[in-house]
Design a protein around this ligand. Structure first.
Ligand SMILES: Cc1ncc(COP(=O)(O)O)c(C=O)c1O
Length: 291
């Protein structure tokens, strides 16, 4: 069952109008949430990011309580507890005509929540993925702010197409100056030969929730971690590399542009971070269950 504007509908009938701002223009914001023990993990961080995007785009969001209820009601209707991924999408609403100007929007924001049983492949988590550096750059914030988790993902989609047509799993994306920024649907990290964890300075990527939580885990466990500018030469010479995202957590990277990273197998730091990140998830779920 899919939540569409307050109604729970079977998948085949879960539809929005062809006049919806999301359909016409990609004019909306969304979140991908992981569910464990019946609870959406790091819910407040996701709602904060959704609200930030909506505020920047002048989209009138329902309240946090209403959005939270949409997620929980969808989980209850599907009897879903674990191994669940939720896509919460909010668009500007239905328009009177297919035209760009937000002022031709006639309805309230459209809210959709899709919950599905969806797990990463075990091999992805243990053996990792391959990356290909795409020519598609991250945009400057005055072109299309990379901080926005907008419905329009064409910047990432074109990067993704180039990566898979080159035979890789995910695209590594550079900032406008040619430094490493992020990936098309995850954030990129490397581990230097000296054992430091590096991720980009963050100026050209989404405010990643898993990225922030992995940095927090590093701080808590005295793992030296830095947000800094670095190039592909640093990547090719890394001891280990990994990507982060809500769906699969921490995922090792085997190769980048045909270069084997480290030994090509999941390294000790990545394995440790996978465990520590899972502990943080479990802590979050336990605190929700206790409320
Ligand atoms: C472009 C992009 N990068 C990274 C991520 C992963 O971010 P998070 O860790 O918040 O799921 C996403 C997820 O929405 C994304 O769309």
């Amino acid at each position: 069952m899919v939540w569409v504007d307050g109604e729970l509908l079977p998948r085949a009938r879960a539809v929005v109008s062809v006049f919806d701002s999301g359909f016409v223009l990609g004019d909306g914001v969304w979140e991908g949430l992981r569910v464990s023990g019946g609870h959406p993990v790091f819910l407040e961080q996701h709602l904060d990011r959704l609200e930030e995007g909506a505020r920047a785009l002048l989209i009138d969001l329902p309240t946090r309580e209403q959005l939270t209820e949409a997620v929980y009601a969808t989980l209850r209707a599907n009897d879903m507890l674990d191994g669940v991924h939720v896509r919460l999408m909010v668009t500007r609403g239905v328009k009177s005509t297919p035209y760009q100007d937000p002022r031709v929007t006639v309805g309230p924001a459209t809210v959709v929540a899709i919950a599905e049983h969806k797990e990463p492949l075990p091999a992805t988590v243990t053996e990792g993925i391959t990356l290909f550096t795409t020519h598609v750059r991250r945009a400057h914030p005055d072109t299309l702010d990379p901080r926005l988790n907008a419905h329009s993902k064409l910047n990432d989609v074109t990067a993704c197409i180039q990566a898979y047509t080159a035979g890789a799993d995910e695209a590594l994306m550079l900032d406008p100056d040619g430094f490493v920024a992020t990936c098309n649907s995850t954030h990129f990290f490397l581990v230097t030969r000296a054992g430091e964890v590096w991720t980009s300075d963050g100026r050209y990527c989404l405010g990643g929730i898993t990225r922030a939580n992995v940095l927090e885990v590093c701080r808590r466990h005295d793992l030296p971690a830095r947000e800094r500018t670095f190039s592909l030469t640093d990547v090719y010479n890394a001891a280990e590399a990994f990507v982060t995202g809500t769906f699969a957590g921490v995922v090792p990277v085997r190769t980048v542009d045909g270069r084997t990273i480290g030994t090509g197998a999941r390294g000790p730091v990545v394995k440790r971070l996978q465990g520590l990140y899972q502990e943080l998830v479990a802590e979050d779920v336990a605190s929700r269950a206790a409320r």
